[in-house]
Design a protein around this ligand. Structure first.
Ligand SMILES: [Zn+2]
Length: 295
């Protein structure tokens, strides 16, 4: 079996907050506890949503919290040629087509595309250029199953959950599902530990790996942190950014949320020491369900 390679892949839409530090820490500890490598990839392919300087801020925050990554950071904005090549490969397999459905038609479908434009013979625009068409991939009717490292057996039927899905948006930007799958394969990622808000993306990514001839990683989905109202902590909801002056306290808080109670003698210890201890203690099976950020 290949050596463990995991990753953390933030979007530079703002600084890390408690919820994203918690997710980074879980993937870091899972990699280290399995003698693996832990890579960082910056998912910067959606400029309208990005905040200038956020990528550097995130990397400084990771470093400040002792979460040191292997090798150099991969920036998705440098990978557009690879995404275009993948679209070409899928086109040669007659798996992609242009969709020119109107927004109101798509809205009426409630998120499950009905294959209306499947008969389009050619892509009407080159991927990566703005046009009125998006590019979709034809899905198969087969069920997709995987053994989630935390949720156990999962099954999804793309025909019921999303239908033919978008690989290139009508604004010319590559879709998350495409870029993440290609780069997980490119970086030989074989373990993905991430928030369970991405559980419903997993089948699409496994499907893309299959069509492109890659082996999909193993996935493990941890409960996302929620606020006292039960909403996901996110940059969009202005979850407060983490305090730079107290990395040890932040790590300790996140460890508690991951089900590890730090012993009194390690309270206020340097982050490196906390992370060593947590690596020894790490277990996927003790991560609490439906964790609340508020203590
Ligand atoms: Zn269409």
């Amino acid at each position: 079996m290949a050596a463990y390679i995991g990753r953390f892949a933030p979007s530079p839409t703002g600084a890390l907050h408690l919820g994203s530090l918690y997710a980074a820490l879980a993937s870091y500890l899972d990699a280290r506890a399995n003698n693996g490598q832990w890579l960082v990839r910056m998912e910067d392919i959606d400029p309208p949503r990005e905040v200038p300087g956020a990528a550097d801020t995130i990397l400084k925050q990771l470093d400040n919290h002792g979460l040191h990554w292997h090798g150099s950071v991969l920036y998705q904005s440098q990978r557009l040629t690879a995404y275009r090549d993948a679209i070409d490969a899928l086109e040669n397999l007659e798996l992609v087509y242009s969709c020119q459905c109107t927004r109101s038609r798509l809205r009426s479908l409630n998120g499950v595309y009905d294959g209306h434009c499947r008969s389009q013979q050619n892509l009407s625009a080159a991927p990566g250029t703005e046009s009125l068409a998006s590019i979709r991939i034809k899905i198969s009717s087969a069920k997709i199953s995987w053994q989630d490292l935390i949720h156990g057996r999962c099954t999804d039927e793309l025909a019921l959950t999303c239908g033919d899905f978008i690989l290139v948006r009508r604004d010319g930007l590559f879709a998350y599902q495409l870029a993440v799958s290609i780069d997980d394969a490119y970086q030989s990622i074989n373990h993905v530990i991430r928030g369970d808000d991405l559980l419903d993306s997993t089948a699409r990514q496994i499907y893309l790996h299959e069509q492109l001839g890659f082996e999909a990683p193993r996935y493990g989905h941890i409960p996302v942190l929620k606020d006292a109202q039960g909403d996901k902590l996110s940059k969009q909801r202005f979850a407060s950014s983490i305090e730079a002056s107290n990395p040890g306290g932040n790590i300790e808080h996140c460890l508690t949320l991951l089900g590890l109670s730090v012993p009194a003698e390690l309270s206020n210890a340097p982050v490196a020491q906390l992370l060593d201890w947590a690596t020894q203690q790490w277990s996927r099976s003790t991560i609490p369900n439906g964790t609340l950020a508020e203590r």
